[in-house]
Design a protein around this ligand. Structure first.
Ligand code: AMP
Length: 514
């Protein structure tokens, strides 16, 4: 049987191929037939290049429906899709292209000069262009090809995509995802979140990342549900479309920015079925405010490039709670069906309920390893086949999972473990604090100590000394950061993740100037 993921997605398309699949914020409308035909033409073009099996197709372009068609075409042709953040500059691209050795690189017309030079130097055979207005050489080439195409035969374990991890803690690694990994996760989300062809997904996420590409787009395509497509997240424009949508997926920053709009209320969200958040922790305050303002309870879920989706708060009524749907703020919910998750100690044994340990997972969704890094891959799997996520967490009596941070963010002060999430929670509960991030910095006596960065709520002036004093009355002294800095903004990457490495550098430079 052909395990090509495209076939599974294509099966989800509705019977009426002329119905609306995607409407963009530029007013363009694409039918399911458009998606099918255009991806066939692009796949035929790829086929005409006679590339070796498993060739990588690297794509660094702005968000557009045509970029999505190129992804589908890559699946159809049986090659490996490699999306790259358009914000990457020359040195970064050099690393990715050198590491992945793509046969084809697709970039924006504006970047063609430097990208093509770099790609040809690294051995790529073709460099094409695509912009977000349907311009560039790629579509011109594809226009000469047939709009009929039979998807290439693929086995379940064949590679479908490589996603480079965001690398907030070190060198970015290419996570190799197979057709079966992606299919398993897409099917799971379709069922678990109750997707139907009557849904309308409001899509405002970037599509070079697992969240926008694999979680959102796969869930929509495999369910035959249409999308309202936003090139980028602009809160006003997104809110204006909420009334026409039924499902929204966002990173926590999307939610805080929407909450800043006075017109966000229950009426604006009356037609919505589901708000989903992930990629970074949502503050309980945001979760509660969203409930109060809109009447909707955000469903928070957890996953990563290497594993796709792992846990989710309940969508449907859940027998564990007497038939009630219970989504809990500050928790990422329960392991999804077919995902085995354990919270383990350093010997890879399950820790007792409530205790913090390393989150380890196994399942059909878990990737095949890091691209050309067999040793790194071996280090990240336990002998019984669990992937060590690098996240630390706990599970409560009801089974809800909570994430307390990355293991690399763990601060060991005077030999004792300090979890930044616990300190951040305590700080966030202080009057006037909007948000916080705690990092560890080397200390001659304690080995490491915490440094806290806080943001004030609008109109409030915070006193760092008073905040640290307040923490001392609530937390054991070894947990209290030795330094506190008030910032205007926290450094974040494109997915809204706080870049702790940037804060760590800042904390170090603060110390050296004191
Ligand atoms: P990425 O591969 O870029 O999606 O990053 C995955 C990482 O994001 C995970 O290992 C977690 O550290 C973090 N993450 C994703 N979802 C959540 C969430 N709901 N709460 C807390 N952290 C999350």
């Amino acid at each position: 049987m052909n395990a090509n993921l495209f076939l599974a997605l294509r099966q989800g398309f509705p019977q009426d191929l002329d119905s609306l699949a995607i409407e963009t914020d530029q007013g363009l409308r694409y039918s399911w037939r458009d998606l099918d035909r255009a991806s066939a033409m692009l796949a035929n073009w790829l086929g005409s290049l006679d590339l070796p099996e498993g060739s990588r197709i690297a794509v660094q372009v702005d968000k557009s429906v045509e970029a999505l068609m190129l992804y589908l075409a890559t699946l159809r042709a049986g090659h490996v899709f490699l999306p790259l953040n358009p914000a990457y500059q020359s040195a970064e691209l050099q690393y990715f292209i050198g590491d992945a050795e793509p046969a084809v690189v697709v970039c924006t017309p504006a970047n063609f000069g430097w990208v093509s030079k770099l790609a040809f130097q690294k051995g790529s055979r073709y460099v094409m262009t695509l912009d977000d207005q349907r311009g560039g050489s790629l579509l011109q080439r594809a226009a000469h090809h047939s709009d009929q195409h039979t998807p290439a035969m693929r086995r379940p374990d064949d590679l479908a995509a490589i996603l480079y991890t965001s690398g907030t803690t070190g060198r970015s690694k290419g996570a190799m995802l197979s057709h079966a990994n992606l299919h398993s996760s897409a099917q799971c989300l379709h069922h678990y979140w109750g997707f139907a062809s009557s849904d309308v997904l409001l899509h405002a996420l970037p599509i070079f990342h697992v969240h926008g590409l694999f979680v959102a787009i796969h869930a929509a395509l495999i369910s035959g549900c249409s999308m309202l497509w936003h090139g980028k997240f602009e809160p006003q424009r997104v809110l204006a479309d909420v009334s026409r949508a039924t499902v929204f997926m966002g990173v926590p920053t999307f939610y805080t920015r929407l909450l800043a709009l006075p017109s966000l209320n229950a009426q604006a969200c009356a037609g919505m079925r589901l708000f989903i958040s992930g990629s970074a922790p949502m503050l309980v305050d945001t979760f509660t405010q969203w409930q109060q303002r809109t009447g909707h309870t955000v469903l928070e879920r957890y996953g990563m490039s290497e594993t796709l989706m792992l846990t989710s708060n309940p969508y449907a009524a859940d027998e564990r709670h007497g038939g009630q749907s219970l989504r809990v703020g500050g928790s990422v919910g329960f392991p999804l069906p077919r995902v085995s998750l354990r919270i383990a100690d350093t010997q890879n044994r399950e820790v007792p309920e409530g205790e913090v340990g390393s989150i380890q997972v196994r399942g059909a969704n878990v990737f095949a390893g890091y691209w050309r890094m067999p040793e790194k891959t071996a280090q990240e799997f336990t002998s019984d086949g669990y992937f060590i996520t690098g996240d630390m967490g706990s599970r409560d009596a009801q089974g809800y999972v909570r994430i307390v941070g990355r293991s690399k963010d763990l601060i060991i002060s005077g030999g004792l473990n300090v979890y930044p999430a616990e300190i951040e929670d305590a700080l966030n509960n202080q009057p006037g604090v909007l948000e916080s991030a705690v990092v560890g910095v080397p200390h001659p006596d304690f080995g490491e100590v915490g440094c806290a960065f806080v943001l004030a709520k609008s109109g409030v002036t915070l006193s760092p000394e008073a905040l640290l004093q307040a923490l001392k009355s609530q937390l054991a002294n070894f947990k209290v950061p030795k330094q506190c800095v008030v910032l205007q903004e926290l450094p974040r990457n494109a997915m809204g993740k706080v870049q702790k490495n940037v804060l760590r550098d800042q904390a170090l430079s603060l110390r050296s100037t004191h």
